[in-house]
Design a protein around this ligand. Structure first.
Ligand code: ADP
Ligand code: MG
Length: 255
């Protein structure tokens, strides 16, 4: 992935990849999402920030059905997420990378990346492994292919997790604080892979407080507070002129 690659132009009139309308989620009596609205166009990179507990993870987890929303509508690439929905169909569309890498410890790096295409897409093993090697090359760790996750650094493991998600050829990639469990010297290698992905035209929804990443590649920045989006703007506008009091207070802490 070359960092200098020019990202394809966004097409504002294209059918959105994600359309969330008035999404609510309760955990018992706790109202975690309170009417979230968000539209994401193909190729858009949206960074989500906000205080701890504001619903960022809950929201992105509803997009691939790790959480079921209680009210409202979520449409992903034309598929409405609802009860009885075929989860495989959604998870083929949406890749996800978590703070904890969640690799299978008993499988090699190569097997971790090749597994889902073989299981879900019925890709023959030889082909799945060839694709997996290409993805490992893309994230810069092809020489680790035959190692087990525990033999890799955190940054390398997170790059395997990204390759594993990409192996399903998703239409959207979700990232939930992918660098917050990493030592500082490993954060850059993961952000560089994410920047390359952003510039390749991948549609991305990223919960991250990495401001440099947001400024460099985000088309939009949304600020969550108490279960809702209170600002939805460009990174520049957000940093230079945050409108909401909570956003101002938040920025003064993270910058
Ligand atoms: P964020 O990612 O912005 O830090 P979360 O989406 O993880 O916030 O959580 C939003 C709120 O919902 C928090 O108060 C959290 O405690 C609560 N919550 C999240 N998941 C659950 C759950 N499975 N059960 C109960 N409460 C939850
Ligand atoms: Mg979270």
């Amino acid at each position: 992935m070359t960092a200098s690659l020019q990202k394809p132009a966004l097409q504002p009139n294209a059918e959105p990849i994600i359309k969330a309308v008035d999404v609510h989620k309760n955990f018992g009596s706790f109202h975690a999402l309170r009417g979230v609205n968000m539209t994401v166009q193909p190729g858009e990179v949206v960074v989500i920030i906000g205080p701890s507990g504001s619903g960022k993870s809950t929201f992105i987890r509803t997009i691939n059905r790790l959480e079921e929303h209680d009210k409202g509508t979520i449409i992903v690439d034309g598929i409405e997420l609802k009860e009885g929905q075929n989860l495989d169909a959604i998870r083929r569309e949406v890749g996800m990378v978590f703070q904890s890498f969640n690799l299978f410890p008993h499988l090699t790096v190569l097997q971790n990346v090749a597994l889902a295409p073989m299981r879900v897409r019925k890709t023959p093993k030889a082909h799945a492994e060839k694709q997996a090697m290409e993805l490992l090359t893309r994230v810069g760790i092809e020489e680790q292919a035959l190692k087990f996750p525990a033999q890799l650094s955190g940054g390398q493991q997170q790059r395997v997790a990204i390759a594993r998600a990409l192996a399903m050829e998703p239409k959207v990639m979700l990232f939930d604080e992918p660098t917050s469990a990493l030592d500082p010297e490993m954060i850059k290698e993961v952000l560089d892979v994410m920047k390359g992905l952003a510039r390749s035209g991948m549609t991305m929804l990223c919960v991250t407080h990495e401001m440099g990443f947001a400024r460099e590649v985000a088309d939009r920045l949304v600020f969550f507070d108490e279960g809702n989006i209170v600002e939805d703007t460009t990174p520049e506008e957000f940093y230079n002129n945050p409108k909401h009091e909570r956003a101002k207070a938040f920025l003064s802490k993270v910058l």
